[in-house]
Design a protein around this ligand. Sequence first.
Ligand code: HEM
Length: 432
Amino acid sequence: MTTIESFDPASLEARTDPWEFYRWLRDEHPIYYIEKYDMWFISRFEDIWITMADTTLPLYGREVTHMRTSQLLVTNNGNVPPNRVAQLPGFPNVDSPDQGALRGLVNQPFRPGSVRKLEDWFRDMVRSELPDVLAQGYFNLTEALGRWSTRTMCRIAGIDESMGPRVRELVNDASDQTGDPTREFDATGMGELYGLLVSTVAGRRAAGADGSLPFIDKAIKTGFQGREMTDVEITNQLMTPLVGGVETVPKVTAHGLWELAVHPDQLAAVRSDLASNASKAFEEAARFCGPAQSFHRTVTERVEVLGQVLEPGQRVGFLTASAGRDPRVFTDPDEFRWDRPIERTLAFGQGDHFCMGTHLARMEGRIMIEEFLAAVSDYEIDEANARRTKSTFQQGWDYLPVTIKSYRDADGVEQRPAGRTPVQGNDNEDQR
Ligand code: HEM
């Protein structure tokens, strides 16, 4: 790679291979300013760990998660509007204490106890459908795993499970900028998803919202600050959990299984006690393969951060993917090690906006690794045909073809599928 002189997360180079850029930022510019976006980027683990969690700092989540490049190009004039509670946006775009109150209306299905109750259903679904998937011999591993995380989110959101493939397609298409750096989130697809959720909310309200679907019913029944919430306001609370629950877990898990396949010693070690080891392997996959690159905040008052003065209206990007590869915290960070001790992780964020789906993600990832490795005795990822999303937000492998060389069918009989010719080729200019 040529010498790095600047960083722009929207450039094709940074989206294709961000790791050298992150190393350069961590070593040379731990807080880095980009004039055209009037935005700062923070790249070291420790700096992000402290800054993201510090609720005394005037860095707010109003523009949390990801901002489109065109939004970043509009310089904020310093006048940051207060929480818009008259027409409620989704809680990821609201500051505390309103953020916590709104999040509390929808987070019940994601609490540890609720996730534990889902576990048997999830495992049964994976176990019963896996043999048919494996019998194909050659398929997209991310998509195969994604059908289960999507179905889970459909169940939680009261969406007919037959809509699962369409929901997944809409979510994935929205964040794919592959081949077109100017392409932004696909508002059309998001509109369709939004419409689906609005009608689901309206249906729950009409049916009496009896509490059997807490993700939606609690907001209908409780409202916010003593008033009812509209269907649109409730839908605004549901969009991020739905999107977050669909695309992340399968990308992390499939990539983790790929890393295990190319490290046979590690694969053998994980297999030696799947029930104990799968969760560790998933945790390392979330560090090493985490698709989300950065999360954004807005400065509301003049403040000094890491030796720089940040002005109101400027944005701050926390490069959490870079934090996961920081050698100051992780030994040999660019190596996948399934049993690496991970005492602290930023893979799920930090502070008020800490990922709401962490327990669900960990449960799904662990079970999918366990069940896949229990059933499949030999597999290989077709690297030449793998395809990675190259968006500024998501870097995950959405097309990860796998060849199943041998697996145990539903009766426990060893099968060797004939395999298939790849059905979807591509140019694969990416490297892992
Ligand atoms: C491996 C899987 C996942 C990863 C790596 C991940 C990562 C993250 C990260 C880094 C954040 C912090 C955003 C910020 O600070 O601005 C976040 C927030 C969030 N995640 Fe996840 N996530 C995953 C799975 C899920 C799942 C399964 C759900 C389903 C509910 C979910 C829902 C959310 C929501 C709603 C937020 C926003 C929380 C808030 O603003 O209060 N995520 N996620």
